[in-house]
Design a protein around this ligand. Structure first.
Ligand SMILES: Nc1ncnc2c1ncn2[C@@H]1O[C@H](COP(=O)(O)OP(=O)(O)OP(=O)(O)O)[C@@H](O)[C@H]1O
Ligand SMILES: [Mg+2]
Length: 265
C-alpha cells in the first residue's frame, strides 16, 4: 500500500522565516508517530503541509505525496484527515453550539452558515459522535460555555465526521487537567484500535501512548532523529533536542521528563 505521507527534501517558509529545511518523512498506514521539538521547531508547519494548509517552497528535488498522489483535490484529501489542534479550538466563536462544531467538520470550516444545508443523516451522525465522546448533552450548549475538555471532545467528534483514515493532533490536550487529558488520550487510543493512524504533536512526553512506537525529533526546522521510541526517548536525545539537561523516566509503558541532576541542589 502507498504510504500516507511522503515528504522528500521539503523546505517551507512561514512569511520570511524558513520553518522547515530539507525535511524527509515517510509515514505508512497504522504507523502512529509523535513529533517532538522545542517551540518554533516547525512541528505545526509540518502538519500543515500534510493538510495542505501550507505548500512547500518549489524545488526540483522536493516532493509532497499524500496517499500516493502528488496532486489532489484538497477537499477530497481533507476528507481522509481529521484534525484536532489547540489552534483550531481558538478559531471557534463562543456562541457556536456543540452540534454546529461537529457539523462544521463536513465543510472544514469553524462554524455553520445558513446557506449550508445539512441532511438529517449528517445531523444524526453528528449527534452520535457527540454521544460517543461523552458530550451528547452538549449539542445545544455554546462552545464558550464548555470546559476545555468538553470543547476538545467536540473537536474530536468534528474531526471524525468523514471517518478519516488519519488523525492529525497538534497539541490536542493543551490546557486540559490530568483527568481530562487521560480521558481524551483514552479516546484516541480507542480510535487507534479501530485502525486510525495517528500523527501527534505534543510537548508532553506522557502523551506518547503505548501504541505510538515511532518518534520524530524536530529541531530548528530539521529532523534531528527519527526512530523507535525506546531509542529516541533517552536522556541523550532529549537533552540534545531541548538544549537543557534532561532525565527520562519510564513507568507503566509511559515516559516523562525531569530536569537532570535537580535533586542534588
Ligand atoms: N503565521 C506565521 N507567520 C510567520 N512566521 C510564522 C508563522 N507561524 C509560524 N511561524 C514561524 O515559523 C517557525 C515554525 O513555527 P511552527 O508553528 O511550525 O513551530 P512549532 O514547532 O509548531 O512551535 P510550537 O511548539 O510553539 O507550536 C517559527 O519560527 C515561527 O515563528
Ligand atoms: Mg505548533
Amino acid at each position: 500500500m502507498n504510504p500516507i505521507v511522503e515528504l522528500r527534501q521539503v523546505t517551507a517558509y512561514r512569511g520570511e522565516t524558513k520553518a522547515l529545511e530539507e525535511v524527509s518523512l515517510t509515514v505508512r498506514a497504522g504507523e502512529h508517530l509523535v513529533i517532538l521539538g522545542p517551540n518554533g521547531a516547525g512541528k505545526s508547519t509540518l502538519l500543515k503541509l500534510i493538510t495542505r494548509e501550507l505548500y512547500p517552497a518549489v524545488r526540483p528535488e522536493s516532493r509532497v505525496r499524500l496517499f500516493g498522489q502528488e496532486r489532489h483535490n484538497v477537499w477530497s484529501l481533507r476528507r481522509r484527515l481529521g484534525i484536532v489542534s489547540h489552534e483550531l479550538q481558538r478559531q471557534y466563536r463562543d456562541s457556536v453550539t456543540g452540534l454546529d462544531v461537529v457539523l462544521s467538520g463536513f465543510f472544514w470550516s469553524t462554524g455553520t452558515w445558513p446557506h449550508q444545508a445539512f441532511t438529517p443523516a449528517q445531523h444524526e451522525h453528528a449527534y452520535q459522535l457527540l454521544a460517543r465522546f461523552g458530550v451528547g448533552a452538549l449539542a445545544s450548549v455554546p462552545f464558550g460555555h464548555m470546559s476545555a475538555g468538553e470543547q476538545r471532545r467536540c473537536l474530536l467528534a468534528r474531526a471524525l465526521v468523514h471517518d478519516p483514515a488519519v488523525l492529525i493532533l497538534d497539541e490536542p490536550t493543551n490546557g486540559l487537567d490530568v483527568a481530562a487529558r487521560f480521558a481524551f488520550l483514552g479516546l484516541v487510543r480507542e480510535l487507534m484500535a479501530e485502525g486510525k493512524t495517528v500523527l501527534l504533536v505534543t510537548h508532553r512526553l506522557d502523551e506518547v501512548v503505548p501504541e505510538i512506537e515511532r518518534v520524530v525529533l524536530l529541531k530548528e526546522g530539521r529532523i534531528l532523529a527519527d526512530g523507535p521510541k525506546a531509542e529516541m526517548l533517552t536522556d541523550r536525545w532529549l537533552t540534545r533536542l531541548y538544549g537543557v539537561p534532561i532525565t527520562v523516566v519510564e513507568a507503566n509503558g509511559y515516559y516523562q521528563v525531569v530536569p537532570a541532576g535537580e535533586a542534588q541542589r
